[in-house]
Design a protein around this ligand. Structure first.
Ligand code: ATP
Ligand code: MG
Length: 178
């Protein structure tokens, strides 16, 4: 419930056109570690393994609270949609985009239920949930990914999702250095 209220408030804020305050040169490694440690218990309860692979000393100008929310939403999805015995990886690395612009790439990859090809084009829409997700639990509201997308756009970055039904999902975020 906490995350629904949080997400609704975040969405209302973005909609009202409020600009996110950007802080300079925030180290991403410690930020990812912080969020990751919040999920240790949930991962254990769900019997999934959570591992991290972080390149050192990557910094971006960003709103820390927003990036934390982004990662929470994505890790929450991966844990929720990955059956017991699965693996979730959080990876941070230095990566240029297609125009050779420098930035940090964050990958969240899971070995979960995956997303049907017919659902994939819709998952960033507000309140959209696949049938599979609705059957799995009654908890979600379908707002998480639309918020992730607003946050990434606000930082001038990109977010992409690749997924295969029954095999897993991989979310790739790219955030420019400046
Ligand atoms: N890692 C994932 N594995 C499988 N399906 C996913 C994954 N992430 C998202 N999805 C699919 O995309 C849909 C939308 O995700 P989103 O995070 O926006 O909503 P939600 O998780 O259902 O609810 P909320 O995040 O608001 O609690 C999900 O309902 C699910 O069908
Ligand atoms: Mg979600």
């Amino acid at each position: 419930m906490g995350s629904l209220t949080d997400n609704l408030l975040a969405l209302a804020k973005f909609d009202s056109g409020l600009k996110m305050e950007i802080e300079q040169a925030i180290p991403l490694g410690p930020l990812l570690q912080r969020v990751n440690s919040e999920f240790g218990e949930l991962a254990e309860q769900n019997q999934v393994t959570l591992i991290m692979n972080l390149e050192k000393d990557l910094r971006v100008d960003c709103n820390q609270l927003a990036i934390e929310r982004l990662l929470r939403n994505l890790l929450h999805n991966s844990i929720r949609y990955t059956p017991a015995g699965g693996l979730i990886e959080l990876i941070l690395r230095d990566r240029s985009n297609m125009e050779s612009r420098g930035g940090a790439e964050i990958t969240i990859r899971d070995t979960g239920i995956g997303i049907n090809p017919q659902d994939l084009p819709h998952i960033f829409e507000r309140f959209y949930r696949s049938d599979g997700a609705r059957r799995r639990d009654g908890g979600g509201s379908g707002l998480g990914l639309s918020i992730c997308q607003s946050i990434v756009k606000n930082h001038g970055g990109t977010i992409d999702i690749q997924s295969e039904r029954g095999r897993g999902t991989c979310v790739t975020i790219w955030l420019p250095y400046s």
